[in-house]
Design a protein around this ligand. Structure first.
Ligand code: DHK
Length: 260
């Protein structure tokens, strides 16, 4: 059985390490690799390569949603998928980012959240926060992508005037991968002043966003835990689609304790 994570850029992805470690611990004969996709495509081509399923990352989560024959759970509302499986020539799509993210912040009590960015990951977080009744505002460079955030307060960088304090600030842009700030530094300093937690979805590096938050004495969290939680849920979907029975507790334990 083969699986992969598909995106661009993809070199930074730790998903292969995580999934291959779980296969080893659980004694499952399978392999998980990385695929750098140069441009949007119908995701059916992955099945012809012999993959049983895949994780999808930036910038393809929304196009992957449109490639699906059927989508399940919160993916329908988010209209972006990060987990697909191939069954009888059909693509089934799921979104495990939403719950994966929520598991990371469930122990906090947040009132107002500000999400920077409006891509597929931002949508997943916005939907789960809305489901959990946490007031959520989206801030994005351009207005086009904001139209899909119905029922949310949305702003472009130019129109943004904070009317309230945000206790959770999430960087859902890939700015950390480019070593840059998601919004103007001065604007970020102002927003961070009243925050409790700064969360960056990028993992494995100290992003400028998190460095700035840390210097403002705010709690910080990178995307590592979210990577692990969304991977556990994706792994379960992959194995279920193949009828593979395994010890779910052992999976959780292995992935959570794996030194990324
Ligand atoms: C990143 C994401 O955003 C997830 O949705 C994918 C991945 C995995 C990664 O970096 O490997 O499932």
């Amino acid at each position: 059985m083969q699986f992969a994570v598909v995106g661009n850029p993809i070199n930074h992805s730790l998903s292969p390490l995580l999934h291959n470690y779980a296969f080893e611990v659980l004694g499952i004969n399978a392999f998980y690799g990385r695929y750098c996709l140069d441009k949007e495509k119908d995701f059916r081509f992955l099945q012809t390569l012999g993959l049983k399923g895949a994780n999808i990352t930036i910038p393809f989560k929304e196009i992957a949603f449109s490639s699906c024959d059927e989508t399940f759970g919160i993916a329908k509302k988010i209209q972006a998928v990060n987990t697909i499986v191939f069954c009888n020539n059909k693509i089934f799509g799921y979104n495990t980012d939403a719950m994966g993210f929520y598991e990371c912040i469930a122990s906090f009590k947040f009132k107002n959240t500000l999400i920077l960015g409006a891509g597929g990951s931002a949508k997943a977080l916005a939907c789960i926060l809305q489901e959990k009744n946490i007031d959520t505002t989206i801030l994005n460079r351009s207005s086009e992508r904001l139209t899909s955030f119905r029922g949310f307060e949305t702003y472009t960088f130019d129109s943004f005037k904070p009317k309230k304090a945000y206790d959770l600030i999430i960087n859902a842009t890939p700015s950390g991968l480019e070593n840059s700030f998601p919004i103007h530094k001065e604007q970020l300093i102002e927003i961070l002043k009243q925050a409790q937690l700064a969360f960056d979805l990028v993992y494995g590096r100290e992003t400028p966003f998190l460095q700035l938050a840390q210097s403002s004495k705010i709690l910080i969290q990178d995307g590592k835990d979210m990577l692990v939680y969304q991977a556990i849920l994706a792994f379960e979907i992959f194995m279920q689609s193949q009828g593979v029975v395994f010890d779910k507790n052992l999976l959780r334990e292995a992935m959570k304790n794996f030194e990324l």
